[in-house]
Design a protein around this ligand. Structure first.
Ligand code: ACO
Length: 325
């Protein structure tokens, strides 16, 4: 039995910060950011907003789209690296808020690959017959983990949430395969070093900015391009498919140059690639479900289409999923 996505939803905070806005506070420019990343603006949550607030908005739309009542949900999974608190899980806040009174709840943290890790978990719970209806959300409030004086990171990230409802397919549509990989030897390429057991929160960790996202961007970029090109080809090969079978690629939105390199490897025109990082920046584990919700609502994918989802991020981790819509 396959699992399939029966509803999608997303939420983006109202506040827009443009590249020109950032150029007023750090030494950067609209030209540099667009040329090196493709990002034009990003959304930033309000001071009182939380990650679970964004989950709630996105989840409500996904429930509505799939015609599911909250009490039918068996499991709530939130993929995030920027949850409301280190404990409890953001999924617990969402479970209560949405009224999923019969559901278990936990978070998945695989940085930008988190949504696809969560998708794989949900897929296997449904395939194995353990659960029937799963709410999976990718949500990030990166703005609260950014050093707004560090131009090498603050221009890249944004806030947002995307949600899906997954349930048994009943036909040959749904998730065909998921692929998860990691290499922890490069953990320090992207990390938030402070606030955990290694460097518990202290005056020193705060003073040293250890609670902010740190990234070795250029080294990450090279590994990402190489890894994703292989990942997409391996995912197709595992399903005896070729690039021309794909209707759409839905990539993680970190950098337009990385996305273009993957599309080129697949020989896919950019019209068949979901791109929204120009508007939202890198929303980490929220980027794929937000992009998926956009293409679904715009009617850009139809029943029977093959779509490939792929992501790369902190860990390092990388992951993909091939879906028959
Ligand atoms: N504005 C202007 N100049 C800048 C900025 C900026 N915002 N940021 C860096 N620069 C400068 C650097 O200081 C450097 O200057 P120098 O040559 O005088 O030293 C120069 O620009 C080039 O810097 P690079 O880091 O080499 O720039 P690069 O072309 O690699 O682009 C970027 C940087 C956009 C971060 C890119 O490397 C990238 O996208 N990396 C991958 C990110 C990614 O995929 N992350 C994974 C997901 S994130 C997650 O999991 C949480």
């Amino acid at each position: 039995m396959r699992s399939k996505i029966t509803g999608t939803g997303s939420y983006l905070p109202e506040r827009i910060i443009s590249n020109d806005d950032l150029a007023k506070t750090v030494h950067t420019s609209d030209e540099w950011i667009i040329e090196r990343t493709g990002i034009k603006e990003r959304r930033v949550a309000g001071d009182d907003e939380t990650t679970s607030d964004m989950c709630f908005q996105a989840a409500g739309k996904a429930l509505e789209a799939s015609g599911t009542f909250p009490e039918e949900i068996d499991l709530v999974i939130v993929a995030t690296m920027s949850g409301d608190m280190p404990m409890p899980a953001t999924a617990s806040f969402l479970q209560q808020r949405i009224g999923a009174v019969n559901a278990g709840a936990f978070d998945v943290n695989a940085a930008c690959s988190g949504f696809l890790y969560g998708l794989s978990v949900a897929d296997n719970f449904i395939k194995g017959g353990t659960f029937r209806k799963i709410l999976l959300v990718g949500a990030e409030m990166n703005s609260k983990f950014l050093d707004w004086e560090d131009r090498s990171t603050c221009v890249l990230f944004g806030d947002g949430a995307g949600a899906v409802i997954m349930e048994p397919a009943g036909d040959d549509s749904g998730v065909l395969s998921t692929h998860l990989s990691s290499d922890g030897s490069m953990w320090d390429f992207i990390c938030v070093p402070g606030g955990g057991s290694k460097y518990p929160s202290s005056h020193e960790t705060v003073k040293d900015g250890m609670h902010f996202i740190k990234m070795r961007g250029n080294e990450t970029f090279k590994v990402a391009v190489r890894t994703l090109e292989k990942l997409v080809m391996d995912t197709l090969a595992a399903n005896n498919m070729k690039p021309s079978d794909l209707a759409m690629l839905i990539p993680h939105q970190a950098n337009l140059r990385i996305i273009s390199a993957t599309a080129k490897r697949l020989n896919l025109p950019m019209s068949r690639v979901a791109v929204n990082l120009d508007k939202f920046g890198n929303t980490s584990s929220a980027s794929i479900p937000i992009a998926l919700d956009e293409v679904v609502r715009e009617g850009r994918i139809k029943e029977g289409d093959y779509i490939l989802l792929e992501a790369f991020g902190g860990g390092l981790t990388w992951a993909s999923a091939l879906i028959k819509w």
